[in-house]
Structures are given as structure tokens and as C-alpha cells.
Ligand binder design. Structure first.
Ligand SMILES: [Zn+2]
Length: 91
């Protein structure tokens, strides 16, 4: 039901996944008061679900954004990272 509801699309990264690859994520984590009910389930790929863990989606996006900037600066340097950041801010 959940796979069909979300057309086999991971609700975090947007990747189309097979039924076998699907994991079920609690939209509102149980730790944060979410319930074990259909309305609180979403279809996610294994990587996204394991990375999201018990975070709320907004916190997860914030976390991966921080990881992205950290790795970009580490790999490409501060000057490039600041330039990219300014470009994105102006979109
Ligand atoms: Zn995913």
C-alpha cells in the first residue's frame, strides 16, 4: 500500500526504487511522538532511511546541507565554496 501510494519513489531523494529496495520511514519519528499508523509512513530507499534515522525531515535536510558544505570546502577549498554559496543565494 505504501509503495503504491508513493509510486515507488523515495520521498527523501526522489529516486525510483523497486519494491524490494523500499524501506518504510516514519515521517514523524516514534521518538518525536509519531505513531505507528499508515498516515505516518512513507516510502524511502535504504540509504535515505538509514541516514535520516530518527530525525525529522527538516532536521535531516539541514544535516545533509551542512555535510555538503563541509565536504565541498574540504575538497574544493574555501574560495570556491564561498563563490558557490553566493551563487546559490542569488537563485
Ligand atoms: Zn532516497
Amino acid at each position: 500500500m505504501i509503495y503504491k501510494k508513493y509510486h515507488g519513489i523515495c520521498q527523501i531523494c526522489g529516486t525510483e526504487i523497486s519494491y524490494e529496495e523500499m524501506t518504510i520511514d516514519h515521517i514523524i519519528p516514534l521518538d518525536a511522538g509519531g505513531k505507528n499508523e499508515l498516515a505516518n509512513y512513507q516510502c524511502t530507499c535504504r540509504v535515505c532511511n538509514s541516514m535520516k534515522g530518527t530525525m525529522m525531515l527538516e532536521d535531516f535536510y539541514m544535516h545533509i546541507t551542512e555535510v555538503f558544505w563541509y565536504l565541498t570546502e574540504k575538497k574544493c577549498g574555501k574560495e570556491f565554496t564561498e563563490k558557490l554559496y553566493r551563487l546559490i543565494q542569488n537563485l
